[in-house]
Design a protein around this ligand. Structure first.
Ligand code: TGC
Ligand code: FAD
Length: 408
């Protein structure tokens, strides 16, 4: 069967037949706080990751190729917009189910979770939240089923942490707007059928524009040379006098709050997701420490290895409790952007620390693709940076607790 890889048809993916021995870790019996639906969703996604992601992911990451054939499967397991209403292509589940699904996906690979985050939280969500009924009916079912691939364009070459400075703009021209500018570092852009693009209008307001593949003057070149998120495709969005019909502008938002509210939704998913990468690294390190013998005994018997493992599971457990509580707040509509920032920042930094310690426990084998830890570690460098950097989230917390803005 042929597959599309980076827009090019290729042979079926090479299967490594790697056995995925992952087991979840729940040191504080947090499962007792979950509902049956959450546990069922988790098991379904875990099974899917073991069957579809683990056997191929090292090969794709090695070749820096995006496993585009997984989009359909992600749609089938309900990974696109799990907490959006079913009538608009979502999963109709709660925020904890959404988080758990992201966690299981990222346990497989951060790039696979990225595919789902972008499609659900950054493309479907803004159309659902700010779009017209016509836009919702036109795009959401196709995005939810994986028939359309979407991307989200906020970051520009000169405006990353500070999107309020964006220069991409729209100018009124009768029935259309004329769009000019460029976006940078856009997940899935070279594949995307639709791009939700944020641009400044003539009054200086930030508007959301749905740009479709094939519009004259629109291109999406791929960015090459990444050592991180290698199984995810990233590109630019370039707009040269692109004529966009007015009916493609999201009618219900005209402020930076639009894209930032989408980021809140996606950052929430990352707060859960990064713990999945940490759990996979811990799981692998624990098993390796029990099997690898040096100086006549398993390395897990040495105090220094135990210190690493004990600290890993302690930090994972703290992060699990933080996101569970965040999920209960989100279910009541009470999770604040600053609370989401704290959890995103904590989970990413924790996961990166766990990945580095796990890499050490694996010794030299830890740098190979026999194990997942080095891939997770490299991926997590991006996860720490996108959707707001580690330091930007610290400043959000700082501003929230002091009431003083240290950004500008
Ligand atoms: P500021 O004046 O603070 O806010 C403007 C308006 O937005 C509201 N707001 C939020 N609303 C919802 N959620 C949030 N997280 C929000 N943050 C702010 C705010 O209340 C205000 O509303 P209104 O109605 O009063 O106008 O804006 P600022 O320009 O001072 O910016 C603050 C700052 C620095 C925190 C913000 O710009 C920021 O978060 N910067 C980081 C940029 C970022 O995260 N970029 C991510 C790009 S997308 C991406 O990385 C996708 S990767 C996907 C993947 O592959 O998984
Ligand atoms: P900069 O903003 O230039 O920051 C550089 C450094 O300066 C950082 O350490 C930062 O913390 C620090 N800094 C900046 N401002 C301050 C300050 N006020 N105080 C202290 N320190 C500061 N964007 C999208 O819109 N859509 C996507 O789909 C998307 N996908 C991505 C995929 C990948 C693989 C990557 C790497 C990025 C992606 N991004 C996407 C962009 C991402 O959100 C940005 O990289 C991120 O927001 C940081 O912007 P920047 O890279 O321009 O760094």
């Amino acid at each position: 069967m042929a597959h599309l890889e980076n827009g090019v048809a290729t042979a079926a993916p090479k299967v490594q037949n790697k056995t995925d021995l992952y087991e979840g870790h729940d040191y504080y019996n947090i499962d007792e706080l979950l509902e049956d639906d959450h546990l069922l969703a988790r098991q379904a996604v875990r099974d899917w990751v073991k069957a579809e992601v683990s056997p191929i992911i090292e090969d794709y990451a090695n070749r820096a190729a995006c496993p585009t054939h997984l989009f359909k499967g992600l749609a089938e397991i309900g990974a696109f917009g799990p907490s959006l209403p079913m009538e608009y292509g979502g999963g109709g589940m709660d925020e904890i189910a959404y988080g758990i699904i992201m966690q299981e996906l990222e346990r497989g690979d951060s790039g696979i979770r990225s595919m789902a985050s972008v499609q659900g939280s950054l493309v479907m969500y803004p159309i659902y939240k700010y779009g017209s009924e016509e836009q919702k009916r036109k795009y959401l079912p196709k995005l939810g089923s994986g028939e359309f691939i979407g991307c989200f364009g906020l970051t520009e070459p000169d405006h990353g942490s500070n999107p309020s400075g964006m220069i991409t703009n729209i100018k009124d021209d009768g029935d259309s707007y004329i769009l000019n500018g460029a976006k940078m570092w856009i997940t899935n852009s070279p594949l995307a059928d639709v791009a939700v693009v944020w641009a400044r209008d003539e009054e200086g307001k930030i508007r959301g524009v749905i740009v479709e593949k094939g519009m004259k003057g629109f291109s999406a070149p791929e960015i090459h040379g990444k050592w991180s998120l290698r199984a995810s495709i990233t590109g630019e969005l370039v707009f040269e006098d692109v004529r966009v019909p007015k009916k493609n502008v999201l009618p219900n938002i005209a402020s930076l709050r639009g894209p930032l509210s989408c980021l809140s939704k996606a950052r929430y998913g990352i707060a859960w997701g990064a713990i999945g990468a940490a759990l996979d690294c811990y799981d692998s390190a624990l098993r390796y420490s029990q099997q690898r013998v040096q100086f006549g005994r398993p390395i897990g018997g040495f105090q220094l290895t135990q210190k690493k493992l004990a600290e890993m599971i302690t930090e994972i457990t703290k992060a699990q409790l933080l996101v569970w509580r965040l999920g209960t707040l989100a279910n009541k509509g009470k999770a604040t952007p600053a609370q989401i920032s704290m959890a995103k920042r904590n989970s990413c930094a924790m996961a990166l620390d766990v990945a580095r310690e796990a890499r050490q426990i694996h010794g030299g084998m830890g740098i190979t693709n026999e194990y997942s830890v080095m891939r997770h570690m490299m991926n997590l460098e991006t996860v720490l940076t996108y959707e707001g950097t580690h330091d930007i989230h610290l400043l959000i917390t700082g501003m929230d607790v002091t009431g003083l803005n240290a950004f500008k």
